[in-house]
Design a protein around this ligand. Sequence first.
Ligand SMILES: Cc1cc2nc3c(=O)[nH]c(=O)nc-3n(C[C@H](O)[C@H](O)[C@H](O)COP(=O)(O)OP(=O)(O)OC[C@H]3O[C@@H](n4cnc5c(N)ncnc54)[C@H](O)[C@@H]3O)c2cc1C
Length: 262
Amino acid sequence: MAGKSARVIVNALLTVLKVERISQSFLRIYFSSDKHLTVNPLWICPHLKLLFADPTTGTITFPQLDENNKIVVNDKIRGLARSYSIRGYDEASNQIFIDFDIHPQGLASLWAQQAKVGDQVGLVGSVGKLEFSGQPLILIGDIAAVPSICYTLEHLPNNQQVYAFMEVNDRSDIMPLANNSNSQVNWFIRDKTKPNQLVDAVIAADLPPYEDLLFSGGMESSLAQQLRHAIKDKCPDINADAVQIISYWREGFAEGEFRRRD
Ligand SMILES: Cc1cc2nc3c(=O)[nH]c(=O)nc-3n(C[C@H](O)[C@H](O)[C@H](O)COP(=O)(O)OP(=O)(O)OC[C@H]3O[C@@H](n4cnc5c(N)ncnc54)[C@H](O)[C@@H]3O)c2cc1C
């Protein structure tokens, strides 16, 4: 079973260096960081907690650590925090880039659409919930997880076998990836007439024996629920820890207003 990692709190300030529209759905934003980030090369789908400025005061207030080194987050800070994946990280220059899926509402999406060189956002810390362990990996996601899955596919250890299934909004959102004989990548374009295409493809795929597999992914909440049930139906004896499918977002709810696993 893949190991679990702790998150690393840095409370860093990120400064926008460049904004690029890379596809219909994605804005890629490059940042410098005023503090060194920890990104363990073994992390699967490493992600970050971004902290946006209070819209009334314009200030970014970082959470503090208590005497037991535990992070103290109040409701105000929670309402200004959003999860994003590392799409690229250069340790030497301490620069990162993040791909923001653009949707009509939302603190982060609106911030990204207006972002310009010199703007700042807080970074609470970096997190890697799972680590590569050689166990065959099935990565599944909708548009919000495309950045984390692409990053992971680009950083596979030698001999790590992976099957990826991604559903995007538009053909332009399909990201170019280098060929790797250890990975099989399947792209789908969202189609209202085929609402189950992602789940159906995962369930129909010719995968190694499921006792060995680790399923990991992120997507809209109802899709995540449907996928977890379908995996459980296909693999009734699978260990619960081997199915790490979480809600990256939920239709009609802001981050923090729903649970990652319902
Ligand atoms: C571990 C993790 C990593 C993630 N990595 C990324 C990433 O790299 N890139 C990325 O774009 N997202 C990523 N997400 C998803 C992102 O955190 C959510 O989409 C988040 O809700 C966006 O915040 P917001 O302020 O724009 O919208 P919120 O204020 O949270 O929500 C406002 C409204 O927008 C809707 N909404 C939120 N997200 C979407 C969406 N993707 N499509 C359509 N409508 C939406 C909500 O349903 C709500 O009605 C990640 C989530 C997790 C948990």
